[in-house]
Design a binder for this molecule. Sequence first.
Ligand code: PEP
Ligand code: MN
Length: 336
Amino acid sequence: MIIQLSKAITSMEKEAIVSQIGGLGYKSNEVKTQYGNYLVAIGKKEFDIRKLGIMPGIADIHRVSDDYKLVSRKWKVSRTIIDLGDDVVIGDGSLAIMAGPCSIENEKQIESTINHLKANGVRIMRGGVFKPRSSPYAFRGLGVEGLKLWYSLAKKAGIKIISEVMQVSQIAAMHDYVDIFQVGARNTQNFNLLDELGKVDKAVMIKRGISGTIEELLYSAEYVFSAGNEKLMLCERGIRTYERASRNTFDINAIPILKEKTHLPVIADPSHGVGIREYVEPVALAAAVAGADGIIYEMHEKPEEAFSDSQQTLDFMESSILIKKLKLLHQLDSVI
Ligand code: PEP
Ligand code: MN
């Protein structure tokens, strides 16, 4: 059960509600986000929620049968829209495109990527400065210094930044230089990280775990929301299956299923989802048709020279073609 508390609630009114809920055998968890104040009540007993609903201090009350609550679509009719400022909005029915290299490498690469994005009308650039690599000897990113350089160039160009945060201590260091914190597939269930991201007023995109279920992804989002941050989106990036013909198996099912289960925007990552350059475009287009609110993909001026994930990285020409097709497809989808 989710109880939306009114803005003007007094502490006495709140105590009365908590005690009433307790009397019904429910445990209440108070959640304060940048947008609202909620009590998430966990319990089993059936009762007439209208009786509770008339208590002073309650704005609205909803029964949510799902085990995750705040991210469930069962209580929130409208979809979550994330406004990054400067007319960059995710989840409003437009198709957000986020593109950039796997890793941020140097100033020249940042500049050429920004120029490509600007020429193609893309407002969000992706790139890692902290890279989770299978091998400790591989390139592990430029760190915060690289992020600061990227930020200064992106800001001038009106481009927003999404970048992966790998551990709690990086949140504060990255905070002023990112627009979206990305939680990578290896950290989907890093609950300490999720808790801390709940305390910042910055958008967060959580990727599905490498072998994670859709439900586990929703629970991870519940961690961030219940810790106080509603600016949340989810990302399908492929899962590990027995199939070896591709790096991962992009779970197209996850797109409509997530859209049904949650009010949060759903983003698709075809680059990691399939892991092979030639197939990034068809998978991206399929995800857009399946209802994704955004597509995030890897691209580089010279993919063969990229420091990481070159085998799945589009070049600028391929990227331009993909953007054109995504835009056309989205227009068509809104018409039919
Ligand atoms: C990435 O986006 O470059 C990345 C490491 O993704 P994932 O966490 O999905 O593997
Ligand atoms: Mn990558």
